[in-house]
Ligand binder design. Structure first.
Ligand code: ADP
Length: 455
């Protein structure tokens, strides 16, 4: 069922229930009031007639009958019957109206003093009247024509007004529920037009603070994020295929050159070393990209190693200097760690190794002396690693973009690289809930600072 119909139905049921309950209560209260009032009138009549018969000696039955018929207070289909103490009928107002009275009923009235009951459509009271010498049982019966007519009118009026109220409620409910969900329908319409081909379109927002506008704003923010990651993904695929083609082309041309003629053993060795370096870098790159892709889905599964960061850096240092004989890596502690945990973080070794390798290799390759310096320090719950060099530095305008995939600063383009290392490094550090910052001065050097929480 549509929300609009559901709201209208709910609204109508609530209003209809309230109207019917109130109408019912009004009807019952009025019926009760009419009943009481009519019995009171019957009782008054019984007392007046009995008193007249007892007190005024001159009044005989016929006179009383005439008085009875001419009183203003006369009731419709009224009958008054009076019995004396011997249960003999001493007065009956008219003869054609019948009330069935027997011995048992007379005794009951004497015993209870006053009774009320209904016979056919008439209301009847029985009253035991005792004053001075008088000892009567009086019955008065009548039909409350006006009261019942009024009650019937009231019932029709309440029924009709309830029905009209419900109809008005349904109409108003449909109208207001429709208006209330109109913005949602509008958003729905706009959302359904947004596809992968027009991710830049947005849902219109009013700028108000209501929930529906908030929904539209949140939806737009979600679209921003989707569009952003979609763009990154697109540019990643574009750049990745482009950038991976370059080293592959270099490898191919090196192989072509190597195979074009017979060469000395030393020449083959140089070419093979260069090929090995390219192949190793591409392997590392592809491996790291695979781990990162996996991390998108199962972040917690891949961060389970306890890693001694200083030992990891020393191992990276060994690897780099054994591969590049002209590189030097200068590693030192700012203060000696007191226990293992000061240097240990929980995470993924492959990712951290690739991050440190990339930062240290960059420091070496972007500096004339090919020297990287690494300082490690643990203070409180934080573990800080600084990797710095006295190299070419990064132009100020490029600093904010070097973590973007495949971005390379102009001043380093002649130095070999894929431009992807820092983006992977940043992602790896972010996954470890660490922070990476960079400070650099052109032609003076760069400092990358990494901060983690140790265990
Ligand atoms: P690559 O080193 O393969 O070019 P990275 O993603 O590792 O890719 O680095 C991106 C860019 O950041 C580099 O091309 C370079 O311009 C700049 N950069 C990174 N590290 C340094 C550094 N230590 N000194 C100078 N520039 C650097």
């Amino acid at each position: 069922m549509k929300i609009r119909n559901r709201l209208t139905l709910l609204f109508s049921i609530i209003v209809a229930s309230i109207v019917f309950i109130f109408s019912f209560i009004t009807f019952v209260l009025y019926a009760d009031y009419r009943n009481d009032e009519f019995y009171k009138r019957l009782k008054d009549k019984a007392q007046t007639t009995a008193r007249l018969l007892a007190d005024v000696k001159e009044v005989d039955k016929d006179l009383l009958r005439i008085i009875d018929q001419n009183t203003i207070n006369e009731l419709y289909k009224e009958k008054v019957i009076i019995y004396d103490k011997d249960n003999d009928l001493i007065y009956s107002s008219i003869d054609d109206e019948v009330i069935s009275i027997n011995q048992k009923l007379l005794n009951k009235v004497r015993q209870k003093k006053y009774i009320e009951y209904v016979e056919k459509e008439n209301e009847v009271i029985g009253l035991y009247y005792r004053e001075n010498k008088a000892d009567y049982v009086v019955f008065v019966s009548a039909f409350d024509k006006y009261g019942k007519k009024k009650l019937e009118n009231l019932m029709y009026f309440l029924g009709l007004s309830s029905l009209i109220s419900v109809l008005i409620t349904i109409a108003a409910g449909t109208f207001f529920a429709g208006r209330a969900i109109e913005p949602i329908i509008e958003i729905n319409k706009q959302v359904s037009t947004i596809t992968i081909d027009n991710l830049s379109s947005r849902v219109k927002t009013e700028g108000s603070k209501d929930e529906i506008d908030q929904l539209a704003q949140n939806f737009n923010q979600m679209l921003d994020r989707i569009e952003q990651s979609f763009k990154i993904q697109k540019s990643f695929i574009n750049n990745a295929s482009h950038e991976l083609r370059t080293p592959l082309a270099v490898i191919n041309s090196q192989l072509d050159v190597a195979l074009s003629q017979n060469r000395e053993k030393a020449e083959y060795l140089t070419i093979l070393k260069s090929l090995q370096e390219d192949a190793r870098k591409m392997t590392n790159l592809v491996n790291t990209m695979l781990v990162l892709a996996k991390s998108e889905e199962q972040q917690n599964d891949i961060l389970n190693d306890f890693i001694r960061v200083d030992e990891l850096i020393l191992s990276v240092q060994d690897e780099i200097v054994s591969l590049y004989s002209n590189y030097t890596v200068d590693f030192s502690y700012i203060s000696m760690p007191e226990n293992d945990s000061d240097m240990t973080i929980k995470g993924n070794e492959l990712l951290l190794r690739s991050a440190f390798t990339n930062l240290i290799e960059n420091a070496c390759k972007f500096s004339a002396k090919h020297q990287a310096k690494v300082r490690i320090n643990s203070e409180g719950e934080l573990l800080t690693v600084q990797i710095y060099d006295n190299g070419i530095g990064i132009p100020e305008e490029d600093i904010s973009r070097i973590f973007d995939p495949f971005y390379r600063a102009d001043n380093g383009r002649q130095i070999r690289g894929f431009g992807i290392g820092l983006s992977i490094t940043k992602r790896a550090i972010d996954l470890h809930k660490g922070r990476i910052t960079v400070k650099s001065e052109l032609n003076a050097g760069s400092t990358f600072t990494l901060v983690f929480k140790h265990v």
